[in-house]
Structures are given as structure tokens and as C-alpha cells.
Design a protein around this ligand. Sequence first.
Ligand code: 26Q
Length: 818
Amino acid sequence: MEKVNLNSEETNLQKEIIGKISRHFGKTLEDATPKMVYTACALTARDKIMEKWAISHKEVKNEGSKKLYYLSFEFLMGRLFATNILNLMQTETYVNALRSLGYELSDIVELENDAGLGNGGLGRLAACFIDSLTTMDLPAYGCTIRYEYGLFRQKIVDGYQTELPDTWLENGNAWEIARPEESVIVKFGGQVYTDWNDGHFSFRYENAHSIIAMPYDVPLVGYDSKIVNKLRMWSAKAPDVMNMQEFNSGNYVRAMEEKQLAEVISKVLYPEDNHIEGKELRLKQQYFLVSATLQWILKEYEDRYGYDWKKLPEKAVIHINDTHPTLAIPELMRILIDEKGLGWDDAWEITTKTFAYTNHTVMSEALEKWPLDMFKKILPRVYMIVEEINRRLMIKLQEVYPNDFGKHKWMAIIADNQVFMANLCLATCFAINGVSKLHTKILTSDIFADYYRLDKSRFHSITNGITFRRWICNCNPKLAELITEKIGKSWIKDYKQLEKIKKYADDKDFQKRFADIKHSNKVKLAEYIKEHNGIEVDPDSIYDVQAKRLHEYKRQLMNVLHIMVEYNKLVENPDMEFTPKTYIFGAKAAPGYTRAKLIIKLINTVGEKINNDPRIKGKIKVVFLENYGVSIAEKLVVAADISEQISTAGKEASGTGNMKFMLNGAVTVGTLDGANVEMTEQVGEDNIYIFGLKADEVAARLKYNNSEEVKTIYSTNNALRKALDQLISGELEPENAHMFKDLYQTLLFGDYGYPDQYMVIRDFEDYCRIHERAARDYKDKKKWWHMAIMNTASCGYFSSDRTIDDYNKEIWHLKPIK
Ligand code: 26Q
């Protein structure tokens, strides 16, 4: 064991850790496994947070300030230990205490399971928001489901994605505190009876099926902040351990089955993003979360302020993260009317002042709608309320758009035997926002245009952001230190300071140090790749990374086709001028999205072929990293030279991965889509590689069939044609030449006669051109590091602190706790 001189704080921590190992596991330090050491460390950090929490809780209660409830079906938190000790300003203390015990902090943090309770951007955004809110001392609660299994674990077998359950709770969760005493009951199904009592209607609910919602709280610390917020995660429990009637009549299995059926609600996260299937269980999950959360919100309010419900909007703002928690709207109406005795108009006034809604997609297949029959069956009383909201909406629409029935139908909450969740939000919320300038423009000029015309003042554009604490301080500590050395540490909380780094963009010494940090991150990633993929990659090659969900609109397929083109050229001419490249992918595909899974197979097949072809002398390597998630992202963003942000323009609402790479000094190859547009504004056109059709050009092409344009490109672009033909020639998979036929077909002929829906073919030439430019620039080291540094320095605007500041000024109006 290394002899380390500890200060008194470190000595105390060392003792605490040993104490936890002994009291929690009944082991001595010598007998403890590294996982036990991790848990012991986490528990010591938790103690510090709990102490802070007790004080903070009292302060927040005393001040009686307005609170934000951020409802989201996803909170993609990742690991918490490293961020928690960073935010407690204790990282150094842990490094030294652990070293004295014979452990490295950097090894210990790797033993925590990711909390992967989300699919991608939307879930990670919620996690970044809660970090910023807390850091800015704004009182806020995240509200979500405590999925027993988060997003599936991806395993690549023979080049194919396979899915395994994500058993993130297997070793316990050091960060959560169960609160059984705050459990509430959520009711499903049954019948509603209407009574007429004392001059008003009342509603009786019979034969409903009750499920217990039990909360688990995760306390959240901000960076050097005063308050502790929390993430409340609801877990489903059967009302009785088992149905005693069934049990007593000898039907033991049946009794246990019922219990399992109830608990299945919080069992697993749905792995689809940007594509929706109306599954009954998902609807139940939705009602489960919102009903439990609203019961809790109203109880908190009632305990503190009594029955003056009209003041609710002054004390609580409820944010709906995409339409998934929209049922919160009719649920609040239901509770106010049925349980608190308010009339419709009063309840409606309160509801419309309490909810705000963020849209995260314009893709039609991702707009939520529910079959009426299913909705009615599972939520009979809530359905009655939705129907009444819709009835009143239709009366209003007839006034403002007389006899424009097409419009009425488009704006209706109920139409074609379906319930349209976005329209319920649009009809109700006092604020509606898009997540980048371009996205908001598309919302207000296209899919939400009719609502926008009705009342423009409700619409906001608030560009997404990322928390600097995780996405640079934690994952790239050396770069964070270098920045702090030059401009002081205030930039960590004051994003505007970051641009002070611009003056070092051409400084020789700074460039060298910046480049050295990147290089050492690349070496680390190379080791990871060697260990996990068995592939040798060269840290001096260009690391070109595309890491995000696999979706056709994100165009991983265009990336692979381009790699094939480069490879073909090298095979033909092995001695041509070529900067060595390592192409790295990380991507999960929704388990039911066959084409996306086929693209993963293609990446791996092409990779196999290229990585093992001696003719190209290792000048290209292709790596597919298994099980992409928050923790792998942390390793990738710090090591990338080039960040691929190449979605079909108009499709990616914002993107946030783009910002993470930018912050860590990668240069973007991207389309003018989502937040890339604003990244270009911030960093300047010279420091980003923009290519491809613009959103309006794409929209124009999608209006009519473009077979001719696609055909012409196919016949004139020889390199592209060759790569496309390789998909069906059997060259890639000699055993099964038809394997990739679907990809070839969809690009050239389309699913419904519309070829190249995502403009892979039409953007291809420009994409190749921009790549050539980037590779040329990479050789000019002075130029390259200037660009890289400018990216980091221009990223201040994309701090989620700025985003939260915008939300707060425009929508929430929370006051920081003093
Ligand atoms: C809904 C109903 C049923 C099953 C699944 C879903 C579902 C789940 C997740 C629908 C969509 C999602 C996730 C969407 C998402 O992550 N969108 C991304 O949000 C980011 C944050 O705003 C943006 O940056 C991305 O552009 C957007 O794609």
C-alpha cells in the first residue's frame, strides 16, 4: 500500500470508508472486494449529502418558494459517484483517501452501474437540467419511474445487436432512499358512476384496480451549491403481498400472478425513441407516474398552504417533458374536481396556469396518439375529462376558425378514434417550447402553426444545453484544469467566462498542451478498444466518432457508405495520400427496428473486412463500441477529433451529443440541423464542417417523388455506385449476398416508391467533399488546434445553466434559495 500523507479531512474520510466496509458488509478492508469499496465510498458521500439535505429541506420549506416538478419518463443519470463528489468539492479528498487504502478513484468509479433510465437525448437532457437547476439553487424535483430494468444492455454477437436486461439494481443502489410512508394508490379500469348530489355532479369509481406507487428519492447536489434537490422515482407494488382470497382458496400461483401483474408497470423502460407503438402497458406506465406525482404535489401543497387551490400556479410549475406525461393534465383536473370539489372553470384556470410543455420531435411517427377504446377502458374517468376538454376546444375553434373543418380535425384532441397527446398539451399549457431555433421555427410554421396563430405569446424557443460539470470537469479533468489555470475556475458555474479561452487559440504553448490532453485521451480510448474489441487503433490517426441512437434519420448508413468509398479508393491505390483514420461508432437500435439493426450489422461487417485487409496497411480502422450509454459517451467525447452530426436537415430537433463533442474540442462534420445551426453561429463557419441540403431544401424534395434525381446520382457518381452495389454483390457477406438488400432497396427505390427518404444519396457527394477538406486540415496542426480550441471556447452558450436560465426567465419564474 502506498504511503500517502493525509490531511485531517482525508484521514477522517479514510476512517469513514473503513467503517462503512465493516458496518455495511461485515468485512475488513483487506477482505473487501473493490465493489464493496465502491459502495462504502458512495455511502460516505451519501452521508454528506444527507446532512446537507436536512438543512436544505428546512430552508426550502421556510421560504415557501415556488417549485418546479419536471415530469419525465426518462432520467438518464449515468453514474453518480464522481459527479456527486465533484459537486461536493471533494474529489481531491477522495483521491487521496482512496490512494492511502491502495485504490485509485478512477478505478473505483468504474464499478458503479450506470443508471440508464432513458433512451437518449431527452432522458440525458432531463439529467443535465436537474444538475443545472440544483447548481443554480433553484428548487426543483425530477419525477420519473424507477424502472427495475433500464435501457437494455447491448451485446454484439456475430456483428448483430442482441439485447440483454439491464440489471442496474443488482448490487443495490447507494443513492436512493425508499419512502414507503409516502406511498399513494393509483387506480385503473373499472366503471364510473355519475351521481347528482346537493345540486352538483359527483363521480363514483367502482371495480377499479388499485396499484401502490411507492417513491424512492435520490438526493441531488449541485456544484458548490447550497441546496439539495431530489429525483423522485416511483415504483409499482401490488396492494397486498398477494391476494389473500385466492391464496386461502388454495390458488397460490394465481395470488402471486396478480402481484406480478401489478408490479410489471415499473418493470422496464420502453426502448423505442422517435417511434411509437400504442401499447397498453405504456399507457398504464404513463398514468401511474402522473397520478402518483400529482397526488404527491397536491399533498405537499395542501400541507403547506391549505385548500386555496387558486394559488397553486404561484407555488408549483409542472413541466411536461415531451407528451409522455401529458395525462398529468386531465389528472389534475380530475383531482381538483372529483376530490377537492372545485367546479370545471376554476379547475381549468388552475390547470392552464400550471403546465408547461417541451416538444422534442417533429417526426410524425413519434407524435403520441392512443386508441380511444384502450384509453377509455384503462382510464374511464380521465377519458371523460379529456372528452370535455375536447368539446370545449371544438367550440372555441369554431369561433376562431369558422367552418374550417380540416383545421378543427388537425387541432382536435380526439379524432379518428384516437387521442392526440400533443394537441392536449397545445390546448392547455401556458408555455410551449422547441429545443433549438430551427426546431421551434418548424414547429411554429408547420406542425403547430394553427395553434401558434391562435396565441403566439405561449411559444418559446429554448435551445438545449449540457452540464459542464459532467461533460468536461468529470470526463476530461485535465482539460478542465488547463482552462482553470488560464482563466480561473469561475467558468464552471459561469458559462460566459469560457470564451476567454479564445485568446489562446493560436498560442503555441496552449495548443501543445491542448493537443497533448487530446492525445492522452485517445491513448486511453485505444486501450479500451483493444480490451473490448480486440482491435489495435493508432492514437495518431483521426478519431472520427458517431455516437448516438441508431436511426435512419441520423444517417449512420451515409457514414458507412463513405467509409466504403474511402476503403475502395485505398484498395485501388494503396499509396495514395491518405491521413489514417479510425471510425468509431456507438449506437443502440430499438429492438423492433429491423432496418436499424441491419445497419449495425453492416457497420460490423464492413469493419471486419476493412480491419483485416492487409492491402490498406491499417490506414482505416472501423470500431463499433458495444453498449453505448452515458459512461461510454464520457470516454468518447474526450477522445474525438471529428464529431459526426449528420442528420437529414429538419429531422434532429436539437441534438446534445453535438455539444458534448464540441466542448471537448472535437470539430463537427454536420448538417445545418437542430442545434448545429447555432453551433455554427457560435464557433464561426471556419471552425465547423457544414455540408448538405438545408431543412427547406429537404422539405421541398420530400413533397414530390424524386426518383429521377436519385437515379441520376446513382449513374453519375461512380464511387457511390460502387459502394451501393457492394451491398448486394455478395462481396461483404459471401455466404448471404441478400443480407443488405433492404438497405440498397430503400435507398434506391424507397418503401413506398419514394427513394432516399433521408437524402443519403443526395447529400453524399457533399459529405465526401467535406471529409476530404477535414482530412487535409488535420495535417495542418496549427490550423487544426486553432479550430479545436475555438470549439471549446465557443461552447459557453450550450451550457445547460444557460438553458435553465432561459426556461426560468421565460417560463418557470423560480427564485434561487438564499
Ligand atoms: C413514447 C411513447 C412510447 C414509447 C416510447 C416513447 C418515446 C421515448 C423516448 C418517444 C421518444 C423518446 C425520445 C426522444 C428523444 O430523445 N428526442 C431527442 O430529444 C433531445 C433533447 O431535446 C433532442 O436533442 C434530440 O434531437 C431528440 O431526438
